[in-house]
Design a protein around this ligand. Structure first.
Ligand code: PLP
Length: 419
């Protein structure tokens, strides 16, 4: 497969960073990726040339409206939906609170909501809060042996009382990709609203909200080269149905009824540019996926090709990384079985070394990795690791290279030898 990693790397000014004399290695992608120059330019351009509030009569306010409208179109191509099904928000956690509090206005005590133990707290706590109203929260078991959701347990918990099923598309802690379509189909049979957290999945897989038939799906642009912004897809009729929390003067039509107050305009400009960056990667590598299924617009085709291309580059790197890590004495990887869909995020423990120490040691050498539970509290608890510092998490992004992986492997081998 063709992949021009040098071109991709050249887009990211942060990759020039040096730490203690070493070039920085950004393996911290699941916490947030680096940002290409064109995204930085879009933010700066907005603030210099178009900065204003919305819906006025003068030049910069009209330009601001246009930038936001264009960004909705861009994200519609990203999700595979129409632009009036896209809403912007501070971040994904806030989106989930808004959904939970809005949906709860029409729930009654005894109604049930299904969440999962594989999820980040962002898609758990907002729903758990509703137990104060007598709503029953059921959490689907995480199977520590397969590092995936226990679908039988999900089926057992589903009933005609289930009003919402909220789950993540991919685990930010161990990378497991769930079968979103299957989970949604089962919820649909019971008439439940489905809420998909695609925050970790977004960098690693094509999102097609109509194909999986999600009612709501959200993601955060800073996880895929963009700004710190949450983006929500909502099926038009579901958006209409939900009584969101809003001020009286705010529009009550979707998607604006989900957008409280003044938005982060420069963030929206930057987030849309991140999608254009992905589309550019796709346009440069179109021959890789000529047989990809037909998609509505030229930009969507490029976005799909961009994501598939980046993932096809990362997958063999991640496989190599895992194979080499597994050879290190006392290193245990926490991941789903080989044939189970998984992102290029790799989590592990090294002997009895606290993950924070591993992260510090790598940080000294300029290698950035995360440690802890990454807010995937129940998952890490089920693995029995919450009390001992959680996991070390390495996340690959399309700008990482085999040389960077070998650097990390060398350091980890040295550390293992010392313990
Ligand atoms: C899977 C997942 N869901 C939700 C979130 C929360 O996203 P945000 O920080 O945009 O609220 C994160 C953040 O790391 C995440 O990884």
């Amino acid at each position: 497969m063709k992949y021009d990693v040098e071109y991709v790397r050249a887009q990211f000014p942060a990759l020039k960073k040096m730490v203690n004399g070493f070039p920085a290695v950004f393996f911290d992608g699941p916490g947030g990726t680096q940002v290409p120059q064109r995204v930085i330019d879009a933010v700066v351009d907005y603030l210099i040339n178009h900065n204003s509030n919305t819906h006025g009569e003068f030049m910069t306010t009209i330009e601001t409206d246009k930038i936001i409208d264009n960004a909705r179109e861009t994200f519609a191509d990203y999700f595979g939906c129409s632009s009036d099904e896209v809403a912007f928000c501070h971040n994904s956690t806030t989106i989930c609170f808004k959904l939970a509090l809005g949906i709860a206005r029409d729930l009654k005590p005894g109604d049930e909501i299904i969440i999962t133990d594989i999820d980040h707290d962002a898609n758990r706590s907002p729903w758990e809060l509703l137990s104060e109203k007598g709503i029953v929260i059921q959490s689907v078991r995480f199977d520590p042996d397969t590092c995936s959701l226990d679908i039988r347990d999900y089926e057992k918990k589903l009933s005609d009382r289930t009003k919402v099923v909220a789950f993540n598309y991919a685990s930010n802690a161990v990378g497991t990709i769930s079968n979103a379509r299957q989970i949604i189909q089962k919820a649909r049979k019971r008439g439940a609203i489905t809420v998909v957290d695609a925050v970790h999945y977004a960098l690693h897989g094509v999102i097609d909200v109509k194909a999986i038939d999600a009612d709501f799906l959200f993601c955060s642009a800073y996880k895929f080269f963009g700004t710190h912004l949450g983006v929500l897809y909502g099926k038009r009729e579901k958006m209409e149905q939900i009584r969101t929390l809003k001020v009286r003067a705010q529009k009550s039509d979707p998607p604006l009824k989900f957008e409280t107050g003044t938005l982060n305009h420069e963030g929206i400009a930057g987030a849309a540019e991140a999608i254009e960056f992905i589309a550019d990667i796709g346009a440069r590598h179109r021959e890789n996926f000529l047989n990809a299924p037909a998609h509505s617009s030229e930009r969507r085709k490029n976005i799909v090709c961009g994501i598939l291309t980046m993932e096809s580059y990362e997958k063999p790197l991640a496989d190599y990384f895992k194979e080499e890590l597994a050879k290190i004495d006392g290193l245990k990887i926490y991941a789903p079985p080989k044939d189970h869909p998984c992102t290029s995020t790799i989590s592990f423990r090294l002997k009895d070394t606290p993950p924070v120490e591993v992260a510090r040691r790598l940080a000294d050498k300029g290698i950035f990795v995360w440690d802890g539970n990454f807010y995937a509290v129940e998952l890490v608890k089920t693995l029995g690791l919450n009390e001992t510092g959680g996991l070390v998490r390495i996340g690959l992004a399309p700008y990482n290279t085999i040389e960077e992986i070998n650097r990390a492997l060398r350091e980890l081998k040295n550390l293992a030898d010392e313990r």
